[in-house]
Every structure is written in structure tokens, then in C-alpha cells.
Design a protein. Structure first.
Lengths: 233, 81
């Protein structure tokens, strides 16, 4: 089993993801520079948070044109796991690997705080170790995390159970007060139809140590590891 | 030859930056403003070998694939000599 963490100019959560995979997941992991075009050595790639290309034009818009993204598309099409966190989620939407877009937070501010999210679908490779409705405490840190899509896309997301996480209060209730950024239907994370591509705004790699306030993020990495183990058998 | 590209948020997409700018404009004393929407403007310079039809086609392609995100934005192209 081998993980890769893609590094764009401006990525800044790449080391956090690397640390979690090597220390807590306990699996081999490489940094993959965005000029790379061959991902055949990997079972899963993480597109980490940060400000790829300085968020020029739109968050994630220019990273989509990096050479590695063609390989990421083929990698995803082959059924391997692509996990986009924060800026990684924005990049996956811009690249068309996930539907919709992430726009400026409704309140305009950059928000950096712990939020609670509810597991809406436990039948994904990223949530199979969680129970439906499990509430996780995970930090967010973004200015463009306001998920938006048209009505047809939203309906398709619902019908195919592609909404994986929603912002909720501490008891798991989905409320407008618990929606930090104005995201449609409190959406915090979605997957593609095949379930092998996940994008989420909260940072599970920053919630893998009690010292940092929560280790709920480990559940997601544990699920992914189990899914890879099952898929490479 | 120059192509001008105007990118605007679709009417259905909330524009919190436009709202904040609207509020600031009101502070200047303009109370008659009903709405402000923020957009982006690009100038693409093309060399002399390109005719107007080709310039428009190129600008449309660049606008659709890079400058605008069709999920949230519309664009308009103008060609100037």
C-alpha cells in the first residue's frame, strides 16, 4: 500500500498529510511534485490544502492545469482513491472530478476553527469505519468553502448519496447556525458517483492527535486504509 | 488585435463581496444603488496574424476553459482592433 501527497506551488498542508500517513496510518508515503505525470506506484493520492498558485483567478483554478492533474484524472478513472482536502476539494471541483464549486464564504471572512460534521453516508471508502450519523470534530480553515451547485446537480448528489459530510451542531442536528460558510444544504464533503474520489473542506489531517484537540480525523484515514487493503487483495 | 473578456457571477449565485462593496458605496452617500455585483475583466493581446473570427474563437475557448468556471460564472467576449 502506498500513498502520495501531491504538492503544488502554494500547497501548505502537504506536510500535515504526510505526517498523518507516515505516523498514524503507518504506511509508505511520497511527496509528488505537480510536474509528475506517472502515478502508477500509488494506491491513493491526497490533494492537500493550501493556496495552490496563490489562489490566483479562483481557488484551485490554475492547479487544474498542472501536468499531474491529467494523471490524477486517469488514476481516478481507474478506480483508485483520490482524496482532496480544502484546497484539494476546490481543485477537484475545478478539474471536474467532483460536481459543483466552492465560492467565497457567505460572511466573507477567512474562518479557522473546529466545527462538527455529521457522517451522511458510511458506505464510502472513506467512512466505512464510521456509523451513519457519527459526529466528528474537525477544523476548517478557508475563505472559499461555500459549496454551491445548480438544482439538477444537487438532486443528483442526493439521489446518489454523494453527500458524505454535512456541518452540524454538537448533537448532530443540521442547522443554519452550524453552517459556517453558507454552503448549500450544509455540505462539507462530497464524493463522486463511484465513491473513490472524496473532497471535503474540513481538515481531518489536523484532527489526528489529542494534543491538537481531536483525533476524529483518524476514522477517515483508517477507513481509507481498510478500503485500499480490500482493493489490492 | 485585442480580446476583452468579462466574467460575471451567474445571477443565481450569491455575491458576498458585491454586497460588502454595495454597503461601502452606500457609506459614500449613494442611497439609490439597488445592487452591486463584482466580476473580472481580462485583456488578451493577440498578434497581427490573427483575424477577428480566430480571435473571437480563441477568446471564447480561453474564457470557457480557464477564465470562467461555468458552474458559477458567465462570460462575454468583445474584440477590439
Amino acid at each position: 500500500m502506498k500513498f502520495g501527497v501531491i504538492v503544488f506551488p502554494g500547497s501548505n498542508c502537504d506536510h500535515d498529510a504526510y505526517h498523518v500517513i507516515s505516523k498514524h496510518v503507518g504506511q509508505p508515503v511520497d511527496f509528488i511534485w505537480h510536474k509528475e505525470t506517472d502515478l502508477s506506484a500509488y494506491d491513493a493520492v491526497i490533494i492537500p490544502g493550501g493556496f495552490s498558485y496563490g489562489d490566483y483567478l479562483r481557488a484551485g483554478a490554475l492547479a487544474r492545469f498542472s501536468p499531474v492533474m491529467k494523471a490524477v484524472k486517469e488514476f481516478a478513472a481507474s478506480g483508485k482513491f483520490v482524496f482532496g482536502i480544502c484546497n484539494g476539494f476546490q481543485i477537484l471541483c475545478e478539474a471536474g472530478l467532483l460536481p459543483g464549486a466552492l465560492i467565497r464564504n457567505a460572511g466573507l471572512h477567512f474562518i479557522s476553527k473546529h466545527v462538527t460534521i455529521r457522517t451522511e453516508n458510511q458506505f464510502t471508502p472513506y467512512t466505512n469505519e464510521l456509523k451513519e450519523g457519527s459526529v466528528l470534530s474537525i477544523p476548517i480553515a478557508h475563505a472559499e468553502g461555500n459549496y454551491t451547485c445548480d438544482d439538477a446537480t444537487f438532486q443528483a448528489l442526493e439521489e446518489n448519496n454523494q453527500v458524505v459530510f454535512r456541518y452540524c451542531d454538537e448533537t448532530g442536528e443540521i442547522t443554519s447556525e452550524s453552517n459556517p460558510n453558507g454552503a448549500r444544504s450544509n455540505i462539507a464533503g462530497i464524493c463522486n458517483r463511484d465513491r473513490n474520489v472524496l473532497g471535503m473542506m474540513p481538515h481531518p489531517e489536523r484532527a489526528c492527535e489529542e494534543l491538537l484537540g481531536s483525533n476524529d480525523g483518524r476514522n477517515i484515514f483508517r477507513s481509507l486504509t481498510a478500503s485500499i487493503a480490500a482493493s489490492v487483495k | 488585435m485585442k480580446a476583452k473578456v468579462f466574467v460575471t457571477l451567474k445571477p443565481s449565485v450569491l455575491d458576498p463581496q458585491g454586497k460588502a462593496i454595495h454597503h461601502s458605496a452606500e457609506q459614500l452617500g449613494f442611497q439609490q444603488i439597488t445592487d452591486i455585483r463584482q466580476g473580472k475583466y481580462f485583456e488578451i493581446a493577440l498578434d497581427a496574424s490573427v483575424n477577428e473570427t480566430e480571435a473571437r474563437a480563441a477568446a471564447e475557448k480561453i474564457a470557457a476553459d480557464v477564465l470562467a468556471n461555468p458552474v458559477i460564472e458567465d462570460y462575454r467576449v468583445e474584440i477590439v482592433q
